[in-house]
Design a protein around this ligand. Structure first.
Ligand code: NAD
Ligand code: AKB
Length: 316
């Protein structure tokens, strides 16, 4: 990877990925793009930044040409809860943006990465240790977009030879940029509320297990997959990856080890609970481990200690 274009670069993932890639590949070689350009933002200030709405395919190609990009990391999307509230907008951004990004990668011969999600599974998928290759009949707009995206990325590889790669991320936990409207956001919110108010009301019900991962592991996974030897990849897109699986009371108990006064109660949100109920309890990352050496450094205990420490350093 030498000249990397990132869409949705100011989101939860992009904010940390861009900074890490600028460290590795050089500030000028990572071109960040998003819908907005906030002043004083690290991603905007530390290297090239362009305004880009991913539904504008012509503008995406102009930027790719101007910077002579050879890698496209497509992150712009609406997440599960927002997509369920605005399904047509989600279709237009998630599918329209992806097809524009794939067309740009095809025209400029770019390596390509886009994330799928545990949301690509549905109620008829085996729920525990969900296999890499299994039933995918999601019942959410986000899930429909993610399965379609997985297939479209495979199609562009087989039909046009575009070097498409991707993972199915679980819920991502981070302290730099806030999460952008997902079902798993509770696992980030809980840390802020624990530090500020010593209590949290979970919108996800007791007993609902979902896969999660700390952002530094997620960023490393993107870099490792993009650097992986293509000849070793039997799958290319939609690798299951995960670092931990827990339900709300388990993360609450872990936080309580650091903040003994912390208490959690529940006020379940039917929409987000309805989405979570259709997702796996835990997924099997064996294919990612075998084909490109995926590994996660942070489990629940290590992630919780680091999150609390980093948020305290930020003055939360
Ligand atoms: P986010 O919501 O934090 O960020 C998305 C970014 O895209 C935002 O900065 C937003 O301004 C931008 N954006 C929205 N519409 C746009 C448009 N039309 N044109 C250009 N930019 C636009 O999302 P994220 O968490 O960083 O997720 C990035 C990708 O990773 C998405 O495909 C998401 O589905 C996937 N993913 C995320 C998680 C997670 O837990 N964060 C888990 C699984 C998969
Ligand atoms: C969401 O909850 O929408 C995301 C995801 C798991 O895709 N965090």
């Amino acid at each position: 990877m030498k000249k990397i274009l990132v869409t949705g670069a100011l989101g939860q993932i992009g904010t940390e990925l861009v900074m890490k890639m600028r460290e590795i590949y050089g500030n000028d070689n990572v071109i960040a793009t998003d819908l907005r350009k906030p002043e004083g933002n690290n991603v905007v200030e530390s290297g090239p930044f362009e305004l880009l709405d991913v539904t504008d395919g012509a503008r995406m190609k102009e930027i790719a040409k101007e910077y002579e990009v050879d890698t496209l990391i497509h992150l712009a999307a609406l997440l599960s809860a927002t997509a369920e509230a605005k399904p047509m907008l989600a279709w237009n951004i998630n599918m329209g943006g992806l097809v524009n990004a794939l067309e740009t990668a095809k025209e400029f011969n770019c390596k390509f990465f886009t994330p799928s999600s545990i949301g690509a599974f549905g109620p008829s998928t085996p729920k525990k240790n969900t296999p890499q290759d299994t039933i995918q009949r999601p019942t959410t707009m986000y899930g429909v977009n993610k399965v379609s995206g997985e297939l479209l990325c495979d199609y562009y590889f087989h039909k046009f030879g575009v070097d498409t790669r991707g993972v199915r991320f679980p819920g991502l936990i981070s302290y730099v940029a806030p999460p952008g409207g997902g079902t798993t956001d509770y696992a980030v919110d809980i840390f802020y509320e624990a530090l500020k108010n010593k209590k949290y009301t979970s919108y996800i019900a007791e007993g609902t297990c979902m896969d999660m991962m700390y952002m530094s592991d997620a960023v490393q996974a993107i870099i490792d997959l993009m650097e992986a030897d293509a000849s070793k990849l039997k799958h290319r897109n939609a690798f299951n990856i995960t670092a931990m699986s827990f339900e709300p009371s388990e993360i609450a108990a872990e936080i309580k080890k650091h903040i003994p006064e912390f208490e959690m109660d529940y006020d379940v949100d039917p929409m987000r609970q309805g989405i979570a109920d259709t997702w796996p309890d835990s997924i099997d990352p064996t294919a990612a481990k075998e084909e490109w050496g995926f590994k996660a450094e942070f489990d629940l205990a290590k992630m919780t200690a680091d999150m609390l420490q980093k948020l305290k350093e930020k003055g939360i």
